[in-house]
Write a new protein. Structure first.
Length: 454
């Protein structure tokens, strides 16, 4: 990974932490996050009068629930008492903060695709003094007190003061050769044991990456059904229009792409002929283009592509992934306005994705697209993400809504606009709310630029 990427990752981490804490009562804490030394003399735990007493019975902090990042790229054990806040992502990074406002403690974790082969020995060079300074650029008096490679993990310790009170932090980074995992814990200096306890549970086994999605952009979203354990990823600009745990889920784009997932108890398709028949029965009048056996996360099934014309004469293409678990048939169906597009023929191997697609490739169809256009690559990639995970014991923070997504059933009432109101509205400036990711990245760039010039 080049220095610019490392610098960007560090800046993003710092900005993410700042944004989260600015919104909460513990903003001062993260504003000056710190760590504890890994070797040598441990800092003396001095209790400041205004610091909260640390948790004495750490066994009350459990990790049986997991937080599934909205991107679906990883899950992390969520300790009791720490609430997830402000999940963020960019093209190659997904991040989450977990905050305990009572204990003035923050856990920040992120997973990053390095984009190249990387070793544990490469990590220290990645976290340069400059990039670390940018990480803490929103804070004051942050001092790195120790850095060393321990069991292929880069351990970094920090100390800072806040209004005369001391905070410590430890950041641990490790890699599996292509992805980088980082966990940082910030606590008051009188909670050193809690810091060790949290890191001991989270590093490295507290993070579960879903590397089967590594060829898709980190900033896509995911829908995971906690009842059926089905998951599918899709471009961030698509929207869930109807869903509830254990029930069919509908997702659509602004230009006619429709995706639906469901689980049919007791259903199955025994072979390719049965898979073709299932589609023809489900979509009367459809012409099957191809059928191919697939295996997703150990579950076998079929991918069937087809084409049809709706009642208005508009041509559509579709794909259905049918997975047999033995007790149920897991189904993902995708349709889009185009004729005779066979998503089974699109090459989505990592080399092809890297060469022909970028994380910014929109998941929308271009009017001029042909059946062989790379504009359909994202659609094929979406269908390849459909699979059944091992059940996740989700925390409340990452559970989907328990009831179906409400859909409007009546038009809004007509309101008579007076000339005075119309004039006021015309004179008012139009305000567009920036997306959190765009705001974070813009802030990161500004921070980096200001740091570089200082």
């Amino acid at each position: 990974m080049n220095n610019n990427s490392a610098r960007r990752a560090s800046v993003i981490l710092g900005v993410f932490m700042f944004v989260v804490l600015v919104a909460g009562a513990i903003i001062p804490l993260i504003t000056r996050g710190t760590n504890i030394t890994s070797t040598g003399t441990e800092p003396t735990a001095t209790i400041a009068p205004t610091l909260p007493p640390p948790i004495t019975d750490l066994s009350t902090v459990t990790f049986d629930k997991v937080y599934l990042h909205p991107t679906g790229m990883f899950a992390i054990a969520q300790p009791t008492g720490w609430n997830a806040s402000q999940p963020t992502s960019s093209s190659g990074i997904a991040q989450i903060n977990m905050i305990n406002s009572t204990q003035l403690s923050v856990i920040d974790a992120f997973v990053e695709n390095a984009g190249t082969a990387i070793t544990a020995e490469d990590l220290s060079a990645r976290f340069t003094a400059e990039s670390i300074r940018q990480t803490w650029s929103n804070f004051s008096s942050a001092l790195e007190t120790n850095r060393e490679l321990v069991n292929d993990q880069l351990v970094m310790d920090f100390r800072t003061d806040l209004r005369g009170q001391q905070f410590v932090a430890r950041q641990i980074a490790w890699t599996d050769g292509s992805w980088i995992y980082t966990v940082r814990v910030v606590v008051p200096e009188n909670a050193v044991d809690m810091l060790r306890y949290l890191l001991g549970a989270l590093v490295p086994n507290g993070i579960t990456p879903f590397k089967q999605f590594s060829t898709t952009p980190f900033n896509w979203n995911a829908y995971y059904d906690p009842v059926t354990s089905a998951i599918i990823r899709y471009p961030a600009e698509w929207s869930i229009t109807d869903s509830a745990p254990g029930r069919p889920t509908s997702i659509s784009s602004a230009n006619g792409v429709n995706l639906r997932t469901e689980t049919i108890a007791g259903g199955s398709v025994a072979d390719e002929a049965a898979a073709r028949q299932w589609v023809e029965t489900e979509r009367p009048g459809a012409r099957v283009l191809s059928a191919a056996p697939v295996t997703r996360n150990g579950v076998a099934g079929f991918s069937v592509t087809y084409t049809y014309t709706d009642v208005e004469g508009t041509p559509f293409s579709g794909a259905a992934v049918l997975l047999n678990t033995g007790s149920a048939l897991y189904v993902a169906k995708l349709t889009f306005p185009a004729a005779d597009v066979d998503l089974n023929t699109i090459d989505t191997t990592p080399d092809t994705v890297e060469a022909e697609a970028t994380p910014e490739l929109p998941g929308l169809l271009a009017p001029e697209a042909t059946a062989n256009s790379d504009v359909y690559l994202n659609l094929a990639m979406v269908m390849e993400t459909f699979q059944v995970l091992s059940p996740l014991n989700l925390s409340v923070d990452s559970l989907p809504p328990a009831t179906p997504t409400p859909l409007p059933t009546v038009p809004p009432p007509t309101v008579e606009v007076t000339p005075e109101a119309a004039a006021t509205e015309a004179a008012a400036p139009e305000v567009t709310e920036a997306a959190p990711e765009a705001t974070a990245e813009a802030t990161a760039e500004a921070t980096a630029e200001a740091t570089a010039s200082s």
